[in-house]
Design a protein around this ligand. Structure first.
Ligand SMILES: C[S@@+](CC[C@H](N)C(=O)[O-])C[C@H]1O[C@@H](n2cnc3c(N)ncnc32)[C@H](O)[C@@H]1O
Length: 218
């Protein structure tokens, strides 16, 4: 299912949809991301949710230095690149079809000394989860990955598999459809969920989720 019709792309959260590249400045670096919307679709453009979560991480409220991070549905890899630049060891994942493009963006934007800290790997939600150690990650990141209802159960299963009691999940979301609220209700059924940030310009929410008893509403 397409996420957006071409002509609506900007309004739906990818401001430079048709541009072959997009440039960002994070962690005192210029990051140039290749894009290819026409050929590769949603995984090959940078979505605003990724930019907002990068900015949130850069603000420094969360110390990622030497922490173990996994990114789900990474697309072009901007968020995983920024997490690596902030000092984390990052497993950057997406579906198989997205990996070659993702890997090339990651390689192009990390200095050689940081490349060993970022591993690009296939993770299709709900599939072959045994390839990923259960509970081994300090942080799970996801930008604009809540949009396909048919993936919600598998996405939740994946989060549950990857999470320990200590793991912090950060999901940045543009809420477009009623079904997006349904996913958040599913998430709230399994995790304590808090909205920690809202970017009103980009209309992106950041939710933090952790295992344990529910302490708050969305
Ligand atoms: C809207 S894009 C967001 C990409 C990137 N996180 C960003 O914000 O720029 C959604 C991403 O989720 C990935 N995705 C969709 N369904 C998936 C699934 N079942 N398993 C793994 N990744 C999936 C897509 O390949 C795509 O990269």
């Amino acid at each position: 299912m397409a996420l957006v019709p071409y002509e609506e792309g900007a309004g739906w959260g990818a401001r430079q949809l048709h541009s072959p590249s997009a440039t960002y400045h994070f962690v005192s670096r210029t990051i140039r991301i290749k894009q290819d919307w026409r050929r590769l679709g949603v995984a090959a453009v940078v979505w605003d949710a990724a930019v907002v979560l990068c900015a949130y991480l850069e603000m420094g409220g969360i110390d990622l230095r030497d922490r173990s991070v996994i990114e789900l549905g990474a697309g072009t890899g901007l968020l995983g690149i920024v997490a690596t630049l902030l000092g984390a060891h990052v497993t950057i994942t997406d579906r198989a079809a997205a990996l070659e493009f993702l890997e090339s963006n990651v390689q192009a934007n990390l200095p050689s000394e940081l490349r060993p800290r970022a591993v690009v790997k296939e993770l299709t939600w709900g599939k072959d989860l045994g390839n990923f150690p259960s509970g081994a990650f300090d942080f799970i990141l996801g930008a604009d990955i809540v949009y396909l209802e048919e993936t919600f159960a598998e996405l939740l299963q994946t989060l549950e598999h990857l999470c320990s009691e200590q793991t912090v999940i950060l999901l940045s979301c543009r809420i477009r459809y009623e079904r997006d609220h349904r996913f958040l209700r599913m998430l709230r059924g399994r995790f304590s969920v808090y909205e920690v940030h809202y970017d009103s310009n980009k209309e992106v929410h950041i939710y933090k989720a952790q295992r344990g008893s529910r302490k708050d509403d969305l």
